[in-house]
Write a protein that binds this ligand. Structure first.
Ligand code: C2E
Ligand code: CA
Ligand code: CA
Length: 510
């Protein structure tokens, strides 16, 4: 596999691991964020309700003072001055009281006789006015409550100090302001005439049902995160714990599902699949006619691994195609320098699985293989095992036609152990039958198997197909097969499979 594809799979694996680790943390954090938002909204709402309750209570005192003084409006200030002062002393929160006649203050608890015109329209709902201060304490805000009946009027004031105290104490963690008409008071006791600020987080706005004021509660920007940091540390630890568990699980599952394939991919990249060559000789002269290429896994820890242990995995994962391609390239590199010395076409058998025949890539691989040799110096023989038959489709027909045009030969491997029919042999234009070694092993031992062997040989001769006998180990087997006109022989009697490089040096020595 190209390096780029390899890093890509690794990146995908890392991304999946990270994602499975981060997902619970992200989802959990999102849920906690929503939860924290709700808690803050509830908090702001409760704070606003509490503030309204407190202000209502304070205004009740102020209103009571005004109610008691109202019938005295119109009487001379000297007569009622003491009554005005009594209310200031007796009523909690009341700072001053005044009497009004015809929209003008004429008597004050502070100054006695006094004159100041009033603008009744300035009062919220005709009753309440938030002011910056009065002539005595111009910088301390005050809330004025006014009661009127005809020309009579009474006014009592509430000290801004008490109001800002409530704002500060109730809204300890909350931003809280008191609004009366267009004016508002902040917790630091400052009077403001401009529009009140919008609260960035969890704003709650509530009006008093009894007096003409409202309060706004809320939190500064980023309060949700601050709240989460201070309230949820155990939950955060739990989320991180779940994240680690889920990430490890994701990593483990990926590793488990991909590990044989992954290991084989690694081996392919590390060029651990190497070709072994086994000699194939002519039946009559016993001279070398070619080789069969057999794959070995040169595993760094396990040593040399037999193909039947890993080929099924390679087929399952689809890696058999690039593995065979690599084997063909290595074989061509080893044998091509000798090709000029071949006196007759040298047979090179390569084992091919059915899955390799599903597209036309095989044609390209064979063409590249043959191009490495001197023209006509080799016969490439593709060995297809009879145990897995190739389904004839439009693609396979095209494939085998193109292979034939290239001069590639087809051998049916392990012949006699599968179910290939005559039609099948014709369909794929088979050139060789490789007689399975189980029949060869029975020569001189089991008469029934020998009969089957005889029938196979007879059939091949009738069909005009050349034969290769596998697993020839004894002279008796060799003699029998030669006597029965088997064209090629392969087995330990003539040579065991050996590393390609060793085979080449042995060949060059001869
Ligand atoms: P096969 O294609 O039938 O290969 C012949 C097997 O018989 C080889 O086993 C070979 O070492 C063994 N053999 C050769 N002469 C003798 C003998 O005289 N006596 C005995 N007892 N055995 C002998 P190997 O190399 O272990 O391969 C086993 C199978 O693995 C092969 O059977 C073939 O089906 C598969 N294989 C090997 N290389 C490849 C490959 O590159 N691609 C594919 N798709 N399959 C391969
Ligand atoms: Ca074979
Ligand atoms: Ca075989």
């Amino acid at each position: 596999m190209p390096l780029r594809a390899k890093t890509r799979t690794r990146r995908i694996r890392i991304a999946v691991t990270l994602l499975s680790g981060l997902l619970p943390v992200i989802l959990g954090t999102a849920i906690l964020y929503i939860q924290a938002g709700r808690a803050l909204e509830q908090n702001a709402q409760q704070t606003a309700e509490e503030a309204i309750r407190q202000f209502d209570l304070m205004l009740d005192n102020t209103a009571q003072a005004a109610r008691e003084l109202l019938p005295m409006a119109g009487q001379s200030c000297t007569d009622v001055k003491l009554a005005l002062r009594e209310q200031v002393t007796r009523r909690p929160f009341v700072r001053s009281t005044n009497l009004i006649w015809d929209d003008a203050i004429y008597c004050s608890s502070l100054f006695g006789d006094y004159h100041e015109k009033l603008a009744a329209g300035d009062f919220s709902q005709g009753r309440l006015l938030l002011m910056k201060g009065n002539p005595v304490t111009p910088d301390t805000a005050l809330l004025v409550y006014r009661l009127g009946k005809g020309k009579q009027g009474a006014m009592s004031t509430l000290d801004g100090y008490h109001l800002s105290n409530v704002l500060r104490l109730i809204g300890r963690q909350t931003l809280l302001v008191l609004q009366v008409g267009p004016n508002w008071l902040s917790a630091d006791g400052q009077f403001h005439e401009d529009a009140p600020p919008a609260m960035p987080t969890a704003q709650s706005n509530l009006g008093s049902s009894r007096y003409g004021f409202s309060v706004t509660a809320g939190f500064p920007k980023g309060e949700t995160w601050r709240y989460m940091r201070s309230q949820y540390p155990p939950l955060f630890s739990l989320l991180i714990f779940f994240g680690v568990i889920s990430g490890s699980l994701g990593h483990f599952l990926q590793k488990r599902t991909s590990s044989p394939t992954h290991e084989m991919q690694r081996a392919l990249d590390a060029a651990e699949f190497v070709p072994y060559f086994q000699a194939v000789v002519h039946g009559d002269s016993k001279k070398l006619s070619g080789i069969e290429v057999l794959m070995r896994w040169n595993h760094p820890k396990e040593g040399l691994v037999r193909p039947d242990l890993f080929i099924p995995f390679a087929e399952h994962s689809g890696l058999i195609v690039p593995m065979t391609r690599s084997l063909m390239q290595q074989t061509a590199t080893l044998l091509a320098p000798l090709s000029a010395s071949f006196k007759e076409p040298f047979h090179i058998g390569i084992n091919i699985t059915a899955s390799h025949c599903q597209d036309l890539d095989l044609v390209k691989d064979c063409r590249e293989f043959l191009d490495a040799f001197a023209p006509g110096s080799v016969h490439l023989v593709l060995e297809l095992t009879e145990r897995e038959l190739i389904e004839p489709t439009a693609i396979t027909h095209q494939l085998f036609d193109q292979l034939r045009d290239l001069g590639v030969k087809i051998a049916i491997d392990d012949f006699g152990t599968g179910h290939s029919s005559l039609g099948y042999l014709r369909q794929f234009n088979v050139d060789y039958l490789k007689i399975d070694q189980s029949f060869v092993a029975m020569i001189g031992i089991d008469t029934l198997s020998s009969h089957i062997l005889d029938s196979i040989i007879e059939l091949a001769i009738k069909l005009g197909l050349a034969m290769v006998a596998e697993g020839v180990e004894t002279q008796q087997q060799s003699d029998y097969l030669t006597a029965h006109n088997v064209n090629f022989l392969q087995g330990y009697l003539y040579g065991r499979p050996m590393p390609g490089v060793e085979f080449i040096s042995a060949l060059s020595d001869h």
